[in-house]
Design a binder for this molecule. Structure first.
Ligand code: CP
Ligand code: NVA
Length: 309
């Protein structure tokens, strides 16, 4: 049994194997967004339970379609409808029941420790569907999208992140170590990534460069990523933070400073960090990026269920 909680804890060969499988599976399907089951039905009879403590559109839909295409089924729980935290049932008892009824568990939570507590009390695989610290399924899928569009191993590309140093960036930094790519980060000085993750990247001999100036961060970029300035878990003075990020907006002028064939990616939902013209331009591959989550998450599920080919 394997969990999928943080990219930094998953061996790089396993991550590469997952992407290889996604590529094969995507190639062998005619229609991507339907519930038609793959011929081999590798997860026939399996139940994936999803629990969201905060909003989600893409993650819940893509896992729903993913498990269905693999022959299994899914049930989505809202945490406020359970006894946990409201009716006094313990996390250990909840975890035991989830493990008895289900075969896999996805959790999106505001508390990192909750994932660990569930993990310690469960006997089925757990997938992190976004936490304050990371968003691993999103970022692994984004690596797939980059390589699919650029037709190159990501280690040969210059990746730039412009925006807040949040959960998605933490996972991208972990991915930069696992997949060995160069990563430039552009953000205001007082929002730089946490020292412990920078130290981990450096200890693992990978290069990241951090710029207080977006114009410098995008030079030579093959891919520019961004995300909302205000994340779901952000408890900040929103007005103040947004004003500090004003000069980090992705505009057409900024994009011109990157490579000519640079693409723009964003996990969505978006805020004001990207200009509408960029977001709707040919360089923006956000819809392909969103749909690819189905393919990669299918292989993540197979990895967790010990069924990866
Ligand atoms: N990108 C992403 O995780 O979207 P949702 O919050 O809609 O799931
Ligand atoms: N950083 C964003 C990602 C949403 C998918 C958030 O945590 O809200």
């Amino acid at each position: 049994m394997r969990h999928f909680i943080n990219l930094k804890d998953i061996p790089k060969n396993d991550l590469r194997k997952i992407l290889k499988d996604s590529k094969k599976r995507k190639k062998s399907r005619m229609r991507f967004n339907t519930l038609v089951v793959d011929k081999d039905e590798p997860l026939k009879g399996k139940l994936l339970i999803q629990m969201f403590e905060k909003s989600s559109l893409r993650t819940r839909l893509s896992f729903y379609i993913a498990i269905k295409q693999l022959g299994g089924g899914t049930l989505t729980l809202r945490s406020n409808e359970l006894h946990l935290g409201h009716g006094g049932e313990s996390l250990a008892d909840t975890a035991k029941i989830l493990s008895t009824f289900g075969d896999g568990f996805i959790i999106r939570t505001d508390k990192e420790e909750k994932i660990t507590s569930f993990k310690n009390n469960m006997s089925i695989p757990i997938i992190n569907g976004l936490s304050p610290y990371s968003h691993p399924t999103q970022v692994l899928s984004d690596i797939f999208t980059v390589e699919e569009i650029k037709k190159k191993n990501i280690s040969k590309l210059n990746i730039t992140w412009i925006g807040d140093c949040n959960n998605v960036l933490n996972s991208l930094m972990a991915a930069s170590v696992k997949f060995d790519f160069r990563l430039n980060i552009g953000c205001p000085k007082n929002y730089y990534p946490e020292k412990k993750i920078i130290d981990w990247v450096k200890k693992n001999k990978n290069k990241i460069q951090i710029f207080n100036d977006p114009n410098k961060a995008v030079i030579n970029a093959d891919v520019i990523f961004s995300d909302k300035v205000i994340s779901l878990n952000d408890k900040v003075n929103e007005r103040k933070k947004l004003s500090q990020f004003k000069k980090f907006k992705i505009t057409q002028a900024l994009l011109k400073k990157a490579k000519k064939d640079c693409i723009f990616l964003h996990c969505l939902p978006r805020g004001h960090e990207v200009d509408e013209k960029v977001f709707l331009s040919k360089k923006s591959k956000v819809w392909q990026q969103a749909l690819n989550r189905v393919h990669v998450q299918k292989s993540i599920l197979l990895y967790c269920f010990g069924k990866l080919r």
